[in-house]
Write a protein that binds this ligand. Structure first.
Ligand code: SF4
Ligand code: SF4
Ligand code: SF4
Length: 245
């Protein structure tokens, strides 16, 4: 009888683990966060969120080929779409590589192969969320130590690339200047189609203005030197949905 109880306990334990494993493998969510509450920046070419969660096989191929270490796999702490790739623009945006290698590497269709060049990327759209803190609008020069976060990130990756080293070098050249970082670091081939610094007479300074060429790559959010980025990307939104609705 004692053996039967032990076997039953073992069965319960392993079947629970099995269910958990299946759930994680299949992208089912055990989370205090409702699915709709999550709105992450997904890698270039990501199909709509529901299909993305169904198609992504969590192989990590996209992040392995990214030369900027822009892509992460979500972990159990967040409890949503565990193992699926996302981009944390506070840490590292997407630099819109010309051949979009992350999409090419995706074997499942979760990243749509019709996304072949930077202009095909539509991850979201940038918004000047906190104009009051924007350095340019306040005519405040870029302070010392503004690039520490990016240096730390670059130093933390084991296989840092020349592209990443060039990036921090370029960033450091802005120290002490009037802030135009979001516009000048915008990585798309024609950044003027996405963002430009325009004079704002009410503020007495310049402000970044967003245009319909913005692909939502998150670089402006990454490089914005204010403590909480003044400019942020709204994942999966479009220029039309944010600026013309
Ligand atoms: S386009 Fe380039 S930088 Fe952006 S996520 Fe893909 S591989 Fe990384
Ligand atoms: S404006 Fe910002 S989010 Fe839009 S393409 Fe440029 S850097 Fe990327
Ligand atoms: S990078 Fe940030 S602080 Fe600088 S101009 Fe853009 S929004 Fe303003």
């Amino acid at each position: 009888m004692a053996k039967v109880k032990t076997d039953r306990r073992k069965f319960m334990k392993y079947s629970s683990l099995g269910v958990l494993g299946l759930a994680l493998g299949g992208g089912i969510i055990f989370s205090p966060y409702p699915v709709q509450a999550e709105n992450r920046l997904r890698p270039p070419g990501a199909v709509d969120e529901k299909r993305f969660l169904g198609l992504c096989i969590k192989c990590g191929q996209c992040l392995q080929v990214c030369p900027y270490h822009s892509i992460k796999l979500s972990d159990i702490v967040k409890g949503y779409g565990v193992g699926t790739p996302y981009i944390d623009a506070n840490e590292r945006g997407c630099y819109a590589c010309s051949a979009v290698p992350c999409v090419l590497a995706c074997p499942s269709g979760a990243l749509d192969h019709h996304c072949e060049k930077p202009e095909d990327i539509h991850m979201g759209v940038a918004v000047l969320e906190f104009p009051d803190t924007c350095l340019a609008m306040n005519n405040t020069p870029i302070p010392e130590g503004f690039s520490t976060k990016m240096h730390k990130f670059t130093n933390s990756v084991r296989d840092v690339t020349k592209l990443e080293l060039d990036l921090v070098k370029k960033l450091d050249e802005f120290k002490g200047k009037q802030c135009t970082l979001c516009a000048d670091m915008c990585p798309i081939p024609n950044p003027m189609s996405a963002i430009a610094m325009v004079y704002d007479s009410s503020a007495g300074g310049h402000k970044p203005e967003i245009y319909d060429g913005c692909i939502g790559c998150g670089v402006c959010q990454e490089v914005c030197p204010t403590q909480t980025p003044s400019i942020v990307v709204k994942p999966r939104e479009t220029y039309e949905s944010v600026y013309q609705s």
